[in-house]
Write a protein that binds this ligand. Structure first.
Ligand SMILES: *Cc1c(COP(=O)(O)O)cnc(C)c1O
Length: 484
């Protein structure tokens, strides 16, 4: 390391060294951001397995210079990846990377205050509590609801299942049955297993042609399980599925859950943040009636990866699951104050709230609403135009939020031929390097193409490029369709 102090045990760095390091990183980062729009939408991944193995090395006993580490990081390793923060990333559910979040991370890592227990940093805990309470209010949950930040939607879903389990099953864990649809995010099935709801107590219900859970099927399944002596306790529905963006009929499902005494968890990791837009609230009707709700600020609020959130209607449930004391710890904070380790699984932790707080304050909600509405408008217009092109069919209808699925085909094409043509189309469009699209396989084995507009950097021009690429490549493909 440049400027290493003569006393090797002293890990503190001189101020001028730190400033030089900040400058070096700032230069790299700003150059990287400036080039994002021209970077290939999907980096060069050929030979990635060999290259990964070639990176293995013994632990570094001796110091290295920052420059010798930054150079390969930015020149070789970062480029060998999906360009997730770029405007062409329309794959999976795009993330974000709002710049001020990086400043918050720098501040939290350098000040390194302890936000695990309220007593150690009460005002910082309150900033995080504010951010959580803003999310609660924006999503329409009542004041008694409380939230936690998690590393992502997956752990938020896990904590929701824990709350439902604790509230409704207690020691009768093994009898509890969880219901969800075939389109649910796989993290729910994984989380169920983590918290002791084993696969034989999970009912994956079929969906309708728009990929939505069918309430009548839920009611039937619940009754059947009751007749078997089991205890139905939880429905996990989706506010925007990862495959096609489908929104389950949340209002009707919520009613049904109340009638049947089920906890209603809504997985809104993709879709919940669209509730910020008044125009989109009808599509999400019933969302605010959830007993618990997952949202992912690293998707719908454009933050960098590492920030999910869970809101729970009866805030006491979080404490029931996570509250704990120890002889060496201070007493828990008074009930109205936010004491993170009493409500969430971590003790020592980062300070995830600072990213959210800083970004919401700096930009203001109006700009988030405008950005979300723009993504919706772009996706909707793109879907309509694609549907008007020869050979394209929207599958699951127009986008309720900002994600839609499609298939390419021709009259008389079989299901397998349509799937193969759609796969080939995505491969050709992706090979152009301007956008990255991914597909999904749905219940009947069909492969669908998808477009998800959620990166804050995806603006109209890039969506136009995507449409042009789909139009040109589909024409070429239909002229000589791949048969299978
Ligand atoms: C992304 C996503 C998840 C998982 O969230 P992570 O933040 O990736 O852990 C869960 N559910 C849905 C609907 C998602 O889109």
């Amino acid at each position: 390391m440049d400027g290493l102090p003569p006393d090797a045990a002293d890990l503190e760095l001189p101020a001028e060294t730190m400033r030089a390091m900040l400058d070096a990183v700032a230069g790299r980062v700003l150059a990287h951001l400036a080039s994002l729009a021209d970077q290939p939408a999907r980096g060069e991944l050929a030979g990635a397995a060999e290259r990964s193995r070639a990176l293995r090395e013994p632990p570094p006993e001796e110091p290295a210079s920052l420059e010798s580490l930054l150079e390969p990081l930015f020149a070789e390793w970062i480029p060998a990846s999906f360009t997730t923060p770029g405007p062409g990333y329309l794959a999976y559910i795009p993330g974000g990377g709002l710049f001020p979040a990086a400043l918050a991370d720098l501040i939290q890592a350098t000040t390194n205050r302890y936000t695990g227990v309220w007593q150690a940093a009460p005002l910082l805990c309150q900033l995080e509590a504010n951010a959580l309470d803003w999310l609660r209010a924006l999503l329409g949950l009542p004041e008694g609801a409380r939230g936690i930040f998690t590393t992502g939607g997956s752990t938020a879903n896990g904590n929701a299942i824990l709350c439902a389990r604790e509230a409704l099953l207690g020691p009768a864990l093994r009898d509890g049955v969880l219901y969800t649809s075939s389109q649910v995010h796989h993290s729910v099935l994984k989380a169920a297993r983590h918290v002791g709801v084993l696969p034989d107590r999970v009912r994956v219900l079929p969906v309708d042609e728009a990929f939505r859970l069918v309430p009548a099927a839920l009611r039937r399944a619940v009754r059947e399980d009751r007749a078997r002596g089991l205890r139905p306790f939880l429905l996990v529905s989706s506010a925007g599925t990862t495959n096609t963006g489908a929104i389950d009929p949340l209002e009707e499902l919520g009613r049904l859950c109340r009638e049947e005494g089920l906890w209603h968890h809504v997985d809104g990791a993709y879709g919940a943040c669209f509730q910020l837009c008044e125009e989109l609230r009808p599509a999400l009707a019933g969302l605010a009636g959830a007993d618990s709700l997952t949202l992912d600020p690293h998707k719908g609020l454009f933050l960098p990866y590492g920030t999910g959130a869970l809101l729970v209607r009866d805030g006491a449930c979080l404490r029931a699951v996570h509250g704990a004391s120890a002889g060496y710890l201070p007493d828990a904070a008074e009930a109205d104050l936010y004491d993170p380790s009493q409500l969430s699984p971590d003790l020592s932790r980062g300070f995830p709230g600072l990213r959210v707080w800083l970004c919401l304050k700096l930009f203001g909600l109006r700009r988030f609403r405008a950005a979300l509405l723009e993504k919706h408008t772009l996706a909707r217009a793109a879907a309509r135009r694609l549907a008007a092109l020869e050979g394209f069919e929207l599958v699951g209808g127009e986008p309720a939020l900002s994600l839609f699925a499609f298939q390419l085909g021709w009259p008389g094409a079989s299901l397998a031929e349509r799937s193969a043509a759609t796969r080939e189309l995505l491969a050709r469009v992706n090979a152009r390097g301007r956008v990255m699209l991914t597909g999904c396989v749905v219940d009947d084995g069909r492969f669908l193409g998808r477009v998800c507009v959620l990166s804050f950097r995806t603006r109209r021009e890039r969506v136009e490029e995507c449409l042009a690429a789909l139009a040109e490549e589909s024409r070429a493909l239909l002229a000589q369709p791949p048969r299978r």
